[in-house]
Structures are given as structure tokens and as C-alpha cells.
Design a protein around this ligand. Sequence first.
Ligand code: FES
Ligand SMILES: [Fe+2]
Length: 377
Amino acid sequence: MPTPTLDSIDRDRLRQIQQSILAVAERPFEQAIALPATAYTDPDFYNWEVEHIFKQQWLCVGHISQIPRPGDYMNFDLFNEPMTVVRGQDGNVNVLSRVCVHRAMDMMPAEYGHPPEGNRRSFLCPYHHWSYGLDGQLLGAPHMQQNEGFNAKEICLHRFRTEIWEGFIFITFNPSLEPVSHHYAGLLPHVERWNLAEMEMVANLRWECDFNWKLLVENFMEPYHHMGAHHKTFEPLMPAAGTWTEAETLNYGVCHLPLANHLVEQIKSGQSIETFYPPHTLKPEDHYEYAVYLGNPDFLLFIGPDQVYWYFLIPQAPGKMTLHTTLLVTPESKQLDDYEQKLKQTIEGLQRFHLEDMEVCTAMQRGLNSDFYSPGP
Ligand code: FES
Ligand SMILES: [Fe+2]
């Protein structure tokens, strides 16, 4: 019998993980169990997810309110690609590679003090001073005209395929993927009353997470843990027992978190319990619940009548990810007399409940490395 190579062993293991995931997915709902631990820990499976899930789908990388003026930019690295999201002179949003076309330098390395966000008229590569416009087009390259065949017009930073949906900026590595508006068409009726494109991001907290991205997504979409991890924060407001999930669809999922009965009664009697001004276009019943939405694969929205949370996931390794938890409110809310105070309290609340999720997700990842865990019901 031939000795298996390392490569073939890895492939076998990957296939085995995929088969056990499929076996879990095929079980009837009443007999559902968790995914195998290797789905959260195996480096080969993580790399497979990057190529076959993340790089094939729409990925949300920001909200238009983060870059309101021409020249506003923000940098991040996604799957080893240094990127910048920038508002062009024409007002359009461009998502560009920060990799200089000349010798591949990341033009704004954060570790050398380049601010990860700000405003600029153009991009200048520090190495040989090639400069690029806000649309990525080469503007100048010192002395390169001496190089035969050099044509500045043909040189441009890589532009990622970008579309805006309800004010959120999406990119994809897949040139033939359907437009994001088709992809999330079913999600629109749920969220359009919030006029998300008009809202403004007023908080953006960064977290370094020692857990797999799916733990966060699963945690986000199951309010059963309100009675455990959030028994002091969410459970009294949105009791786990009243929550319910809509039938699953291919591109998105919806879970409703009705407010506790006494709060709904309070609202119905005309007392507002909201912190910020809600959009005018909400239906009366929109005030009686929060909801969480998952856009396949990792677009996470947590929406209440007067506040919207968007989570930006940046997976880095099987057990590692950077996360931004952000808060959006209506622009009118900024006119509230005690706006600053309300914002501060809301951000403290976000920190408090997200720390509860950080604790459980980090501790679950440790448990998933145990030899003695097998997927529970
Ligand atoms: S590497 Fe950017 S100008 Fe040379
Ligand atoms: Fe949670």
C-alpha cells in the first residue's frame, strides 16, 4: 500500500470535515446538533472557507456615513488583501487595493504610523513616490517616462468590485456574483423602513477575538442565550422564551426578539422607552421588538426601533478574528438635548452586552479544542 503524502492526508481530513458538516445539515430540525469541532478549529477547513465562501460572496466593509466627504478613507486588511475604502472626488465610493503597482508596497502600513482613516487628496507610495488618485488611477511616477513602454494611463490600483446596498458598502472577489440588491432582495422588506442609507454611524468599537467567526455568527442569531449569558442585560428586555426565527432562506436569516410584555404595554399606552429618534417610516409594531438579521455569509444587523447595530467581521485564522461592533442612529437624534449623554450610555450598554458575548465565544473556542467534546443537541 503506498504511503500517503502529507498533502493527501490533509485532503482526506478536509473531506471528512465537510462530510460531517453535511451529515449535521441533513438531520431533521428536531434532531439538530452542533457542527463538528473541527469546523471551528481546522486550518485547512478555514482556508477552504476563505476561498469557497468568503471570496465567492458579498462582504460588507462599511457604511457610507463613515466616509461622507470626498477624500475620506478607511483602511483594513481582509483575507491578506490591504484595502482602502475611499470617497472619490465624484462622490462615488471606491474600494481600492493599497498595494502599489510598482513593487507591491502596502502604501499605508499602520505599524509605521500611517493613520488607518482620515482624508486625503491622493495616495502617495512612500517607497518611490508614485502617486494615485482617489479612483486608483496613477497620477505620477518620478522619472518613469525614461522607461520605454511606460504608460501612466494604463496603471491603476486594483479596484474591488463594489456595490452599495441600503447605505452599506459591499465588495466581492467574485466577478460573476449576482448584484447585491438581488442577493439580499428578500431582506429588503424587513429593513427598508429604517432608511439605513440615511442613518449615521456614531460608534465603532474594535475587538480582537480569540474565536472562530462562526461562533460569533451563531451566537448573534440565537437569542436562547439571553437567559444565560445576558440574564442581566437582554433577558429582562427581550426574554429568550418569546423569541422566534423565520423559516431559513438561502441568502439571509431573520430572528425576532419581542420586547417584554410590560414594555409593550408601556409603549401602547403612549410612553416612549426609546433613547434616540426612530425613523418616521416605522410601523407601530416595529416599536414592539428588536430583530437580528444574518445576510449570508457574515453580514450581521441587530435592529431596534431607534438604534441599529452592524458587526464588521474580519476573520484571520480558524480561532482568530477582528470585530468592529458599530452603532447607527438617525441624523435627527443628534439634535436631542441630551444626545451626548444618551450616546455615552448606549455605548456603555453595547460594551457591557458584547463583553458577555466575548466571554462565552472565547470560552467555547477553548472547549472546542478539547478531545472530550462531541457536538451537543
Ligand atoms: S513600491 Fe510604490 S513607488 Fe515603488
Ligand atoms: Fe449575545
